[in-house]
Design a protein around this ligand. Structure first.
Ligand code: CAA
Ligand code: NAD
Length: 300
């Protein structure tokens, strides 16, 4: 099963990164976004990230300036963008990275089942929803799979490859090979809530927020504790902002509704309050902390 043309749907935090690593991996990438402004912003992020990585490669002596710049230009040339889904009709693989809302995703997968070729592999980057439901909506359950990348996609080495009972073996193998070609270490998991990482990570983040809500410790101390006590690169409250508080809330709300008897799943009050106020973390400039672009402001 030969993958050459890859569609990416959504050019937000995750989609832009997936488009980038696929282009760097040598694939022709077609990005579809519903929102023109988000598309423009996503492309700018790709350009910025490629430049940053090229500079790093030169600094570390891994590439000459000329090779690094040529690689950047070549990767950018492999990316095209569109505001219509039909642009993905001829893709061999389509990776969906839109808002974490199952109804919206199911509707998109139903459209993809109509718009793409019958042999196109359909993949979701969902953080928390059953791949089986999107697979059913698409009308081609044997060719639908989970490809769960991590944020920031350019730097995180993992991809979870999630198969359902119906996934064809060749589709699973092709998805593993695609993940490797994007420079990732693939792990595989059954179609379970949160797969491996989020099943562990999301309850950890929400426990940390509940600790903050109870006044057990300050956000700075909770974050410092996990950074300096456990060697995590960022603490759980910062990570919530980094992931997006809307995405984190959607994940935990969905699980609480679907699995009411699972004690590890609970919605912290402040998480709901911040999202209702439009404070979504890094992407909106404020969440538990204030942000300046990708960095936390120095004063908080
Ligand atoms: N592209 C290129 N370079 C990037 C980049 C990107 N997207 N993002 C950051 N960088 C660069 C920075 O510019 C910086 O470069 P300099 O050293 O030249 O300044 C370098 O990487 C390090 O970044 P920072 O200084 O901002 O901070 P850091 O050292 O803490 O590293 C981090 C950033 C790699 C994100 C690190 O903090 C980290 O690993 N954090 C944890 C992330 C994590 O847990 N991700 C998983 C989230 S959960 C998920 O994804 C699943 C889900 O479904 C919700
Ligand atoms: P985001 O809000 O940054 O980006 C979503 C993008 O999708 C937006 O630009 C939006 O305009 C676009 N969009 C929404 N509906 C669309 C549609 N019907 N068609 C085309 N485009 C549409 O969100 P994100 O953080 O990139 O998350 C995307 C997906 O990836 C979610 O399923 C999320 O759970 C998952 N995910 C997120 C993270 C994370 O850390 N943020 C990590 C792994 C997986």
């Amino acid at each position: 099963m030969n993958i050459e043309r890859v569609g990416v749907i959504g050019c937000g935090l995750m989609g832009h990164g997936i488009a980038q690593v696929a282009a760097v991996g040598g694939f022709q990438v077609h990005v579809f976004e519903a929102d023109a402004k988000a598309l423009e912003l996503g492309v700018q992020r790709i350009e910025h990230s490629l430049k940053k990585l090229a500079d790093k490669a030169v600094e570390k002596g891994k590439k000459t300036r000329e090779v690094a710049d040529t690689d950047t230009v070549d990767a950018l040339k492999r990316i095209t963008t569109a505001l219509e889904l039909e642009a993905l009709a001829d893709c061999d693989l389509v990776v969906e990275a839109i808002v974490e809302n199952l109804e919206v995703k199911n509707s998109l997968f139903a459209d993809l089942g109509q718009v793409t070729r019958a042999d196109t592999i359909l993949a979701s980057n969902t953080s928390s929803f059953p791949i089986g439901e999107m697979a059913a909506a698409s009308g081609r359950p044997d060719r639908t799979i989970g490809l769960h990348f991590f944020n920031p996609v350019q730097l995180m080495r993992l991809v979870e490859v999630v198969r359902t009972e119906a996934t064809d073996d060749a589709v699973f193998d092709a998805a593993l090979a695609f993940g490797r070609a994007c420079g990732k270490h693939p792990v595989s998991c059954r179609d379970t809530p949160g797969f491996v990482v989020n099943r562990l990570l999301v309850p950890y983040m929400t426990q940390a927020i509940q600790m903050l809500d109870r006044g057990d410790a300050s956000k700075e101390d909770i974050d410092a504790a996990m950074q300096f006590g456990c060697g995590h690169p960022m603490g759980p409250i910062t990570l919530g902002d980094y992931v997006g508080l809307d995405t984190t809330l959607s994940i935990i709300e969905g699980w609480c509704a679907r699995y009411p008897d699972e004690p590890a799943f609970a919605i912290p009050d402040s998480l709901r309050t911040l999202v209702e106020a439009g404070k979504l973390g890094r992407k909106s400039g404020e969440g538990y902390y204030e942000w300046d672009g990708d960095k936390k402001k120095a004063n908080n």
